[in-house]
Design a protein around this ligand. Structure first.
Ligand SMILES: Nc1ncnc2c1ncn2[C@@H]1O[C@H](COP(=O)(O)OP(=O)(O)OP(=O)(O)O)[C@@H](O)[C@H]1O
Ligand SMILES: [Mg+2]
Length: 245
């Protein structure tokens, strides 16, 4: 754990398109996320939630303002340094999974480990362990994404985000396509990594119950933060839970 905030946004705005037809996705957003916080982000469709996560991940650049991750201002980093930060320190679960269609589930999860120096064989062994934790069975691991259910694809995407043991996980609706039991299992894994290993979690969700896993909930509306609420007590489901279930 460290005193350096995991993420700082200083007066960040993001517009898409040219001046004539600009869409403002984020408008003057300032935010500080301490290391090891579990932050939930809610808000209607189009309010800027995915835009916010993309800016923190360095997948997109702000029109105005500064984005600082782990003490490093993203626009000051070279493309290589930004990619490195993303590969080693940030796990991203995309709203649309973004799995490689020609890789099996296990290969999808093993893939980021190649960039952090693991040999393919060792990477596949490690990938199998994380998939096991996520409840993806042996048969499913050797299938292609198109041969998996939505929920299985979701779990593979989460395994891929966690396999490098990042310090920060950005999750865009990680339980959106899951039944409530599987959704809860995924939330429990994130919570356990948060409470036991100090993982910082920033999770977008439309689900009010899922949001209660956060110690803090932001609400976005029209690209602005309209609510920032810290839970005054620990919800009963926060606390150590078994990873293997
Ligand atoms: N690449 C883009 N080009 C143009 N406009 C965009 C782009 N990406 C997002 N937008 C617009 O920015 C606004 C915010 O989009 P964003 O994807 O951040 O919303 P969201 O809160 O994640 O919504 P949802 O809950 O539907 O996922 C929307 O009006 C959207 O149409
Ligand atoms: Mg979105």
């Amino acid at each position: 754990m460290t005193d350096t905030p995991a993420v700082v946004l200083e007066r960040v705005s993001k517009s898409y398109g040219d001046a004539g037809h600009a869409v403002t996705a984020l408008s003057d957003v300032s935010l500080q996320v301490p290391a090891s916080q579990f932050l939930s982000i809610m808000g209607p469709s189009g309010s800027g939630k995915s835009t916010l996560l993309n800016l923190i991940a360095g997948l997109d650049t702000p029109t105005h303002g500064r984005v600082i991750v782990g003490g490093q201002e993203l626009t000051h980093l070279s493309d290589d340094a930004r990619s490195d930060l993303r590969l080693r320190h940030i796990g991203f679960v995309f709203q649309s999974f973004n799995l490689f269609p020609t890789f099996t589930a296990q290969e999808n999860v093993a893939w980021p480990l190649g960039f952090v120096g693991l040999r393919w064989r060792a990477a596949k062994v490690r990938a199998a362990e994380v998939l096991e934790q996520m409840g993806v069975d042996t048969a499913a691991r050797s299938r292609l994404p198109a041969e998996l259910s939505g929920g299985e694809q979701q779990r593979v995407a989460i395994a891929r985000a966690l396999v490098t043991e990042p310090r920060l996980v950005l999750a865009d609706e990680p339980t959106g396509n899951l039944d409530s039991q599987t959704g809860r299992a995924i939330l429990d894994v994130l919570l356990q990594l948060n409470t036991q290993r100090g993982l910082t979690v920033i999770m977008v969700t439309h689900n009010a119950f899922a949001a209660t896993y956060g110690q803090r909930t932001l609400e976005l509306r029209d690209g602005r933060i309209v609510r920032d609420v810290h839970a005054d007590s620990e919800p009963s489901h926060r606390g150590p839970v078994p990873l293997h279930r």
